[in-house]
Design a protein around this ligand. Sequence first.
Ligand code: GAF
Length: 400
Amino acid sequence: QDIEEIVPAWSAQEGAQRANALFERTYGEAADGVWASPGRVNIIGEHTDYNGGLCLPIALPHRTYVALRRRDDAEVHLVSSFDGEELRWDGALSDVHPGGVEGWVGYTAGIAWALAEAGHQVSGFDAALVSCVPTAAGLSSSAAVECAVGLALDDVNGIGLGHSDEGRAALVDLAVRTENDLVGAPTGGLDQAASLRTAEGRALLLDCRDGSTRQVPFDLAAEDLELLVIDTRAKHSHATGGYGQRRATCEAAAKTLGVATLREITDLDDALSRLDDDESVRRVRHVVTEIARVQDFVALVDAGRLTEVGPLMNASHDSLRDDYEVSCPELDVAVDAARGAGAIGARMTGGGFGGCAISLVHAADRAAVVDAVVDAYRQAGFKAPKLHVVTPSTPGGRIS
Ligand code: GAF
C-alpha cells in the first residue's frame, strides 16, 4: 500500500494564506490578523477528564485558522470553508447565547458569549475560518474552532488570556462552557486543554482534578518511532446519547460511593463491591484503571522506556471496548490489524463510537501496519481509512 494516502497538515503559512484569502474575498478588506489552534490526539487517558482524572494528549499539526477583524459595533459576520463547503452567518452578539444559535455558529461564535459572561468586554467581529483538522473524526475539530476564535477575540479585545498558561486555562474553561451550555455537548476539558496548553515535542499530562499540567517530553524521532492516526471515517458525535449516558453513569456511581469524582477512589475492589449493577461496575473499573494506566505510561516515558508502552495502550483500548463500550467494529478492526502487523501498541482515541485509532509503530514497520489496516478494511467491507503520521505540535496562537 503506498503511503501517498498520508496527506500532511498545512503549514502555518499555508493556513494563514487560505484564511486571509477567504476573509478578503468575503469582506473585501484585510483582517486584523490570523490565529490558529490545533486538533489533538489523546495518547492515553480516555473518558477520565470529566471524572477528575488524568489524560495525556498531544497537539496535532492540523489546525483551524481564523482570520478575524474586530468591529466597532456589535455585529458578527462569519464565513467558514471546511471540506470544500462554504457556510455564512450574519447576526449580532445579542443572538449568541444558549438557544439563540445552533450547530457550527455555536462552536464558532459561542466563545464570544462565554467571554462576555465571564465579564470581559467583547466587540462585534468579522471572521473567516478554514481548517485542515479532519471534521467529525474525533480529532477535536470543534475544540480547535472554539480555541482559535477564543484566542483571536482575546487578542483583538485586549483581554490577554492567551499570554499565560493561567489565562489559557481560563480560556479552556470558557470553551468548555461554550460547548456544554451553548452547543449542548456534555464534554470535559481534554480537547480544549490539548489545543491551548500543550507544547511542541511534548505530551501534556493534564490533571483534571485541579487543572495542573506537566509537559512530558515525547520525542518519537529519537526512538525511531512514529505515531499513526487511523481515521476510521465511521461517524462520531458527542452531542448525542452515548457520551452523555457514560458521563451520567459515572456521576451517579460517584454519588453512590460518596466521592466527589471517581478520581477519589483508592480501593477499586471495595468500590466495585458497593455498586449493585454490572454496568456501573464496568464503567467505574474502566475509569479507575485508565487513570492508573496514564500514571504507568508517564513513568515509562520518564524512564526512557517509550518502546515499552504498548501493553498499556492495548489494555486501554480493550477496557474502552469491553468495560466502557465506546468502541465500534471499525475501531476494533483497525486496532487488531495494527497490532497484528507489529505495532508497539494501538488503541482508539477520543470519545469513541467511530472517529480515530492511534498506533505507535517503529518507523520501519509503518508501511506494513498501513498495509495491514487498509487490507483489513477492504476485507471487512468498510470505507477505506484515512491515515496521518503526526508529531506533537505547537499549541494555539497568533500566526500573523
Ligand atoms: C471527547 C470529549 F470531548 C473529551 O472531553 C473527552 O471526554 C474524550 O471524548 C474522551 O476521553 O473528546
